[in-house]
Design a protein around this ligand. Structure first.
Ligand code: T46
Length: 134
């Protein structure tokens, strides 16, 4: 459920030369990292997401700028604004998510527990709801 999706406060090493944040698979996040991908050059007003994953666990980070993620577990919905590079949103499997409100120049980085597999996606909301009930 969306109650299992948590904002994780990542380590932040502050320094007069600039700040440094790091993420260790299995330590700061409850999975090992098999893939990294990022969204960038997102035009104003764009919406992304609109799917759920069967197996995939993810940590979503606003590396630069900000955006919103709406999490939906078929019962409850929650809108989360991400705007700090030292915060990551942990998203567990079987959560429907939509993303919008991208600021100009924003970069969304995702750390994922598995390689890309289209068969891991529910891209139809009704199919997703059916799978939840099954
Ligand atoms: C998610 C949000 C935050 C690949 O070939 N490899 C990949 O690793 C990924 C992530 C995507 N693709 C292909 C699949 C589609 O043809 O890139 C195209 C766009 O993917 P999608 O429409 O799923 O993009 P988003 O931004 O809606 O969703 C992505 C991730 O798919 C998803 O896991 O949680 O970012």
């Amino acid at each position: 459920s969306i109650a299992d999706c948590k904002l994780i406060d990542l380590p932040k090493i502050t320094d007069h030369r600039g700040n440094l944040t790091f993420v260790e698979g299995g330590n700061h996040i409850p999975f090992s990292i098999e893939r990294v991908y990022y969204l960038y050059d997102v035009p104003g007003g764009a919406e992304r997401g609109g799917h759920a994953h069967r197996q995939l666990s993810q940590l979503i980070i606003a590396m630069s700028g900000s955006f919103d993620i709406v999490l939906d577990d078929g019962r409850d919905k929650k809108r989360i604004h991400l705007n700090r590079s030292y915060n990551g949103l942990y998203v567990c499997p079987m959560i429907w998510r939509e993303m919008d409100n991208f600021s100009s120049g924003s970069v969304c980085m995702v750390l994922a527990s598995n390689r890309y597999d289209e068969s891991d996606y529910y891209r139809d909301y009704q199919d997703y709801l059916k799978a939840l009930k099954a």
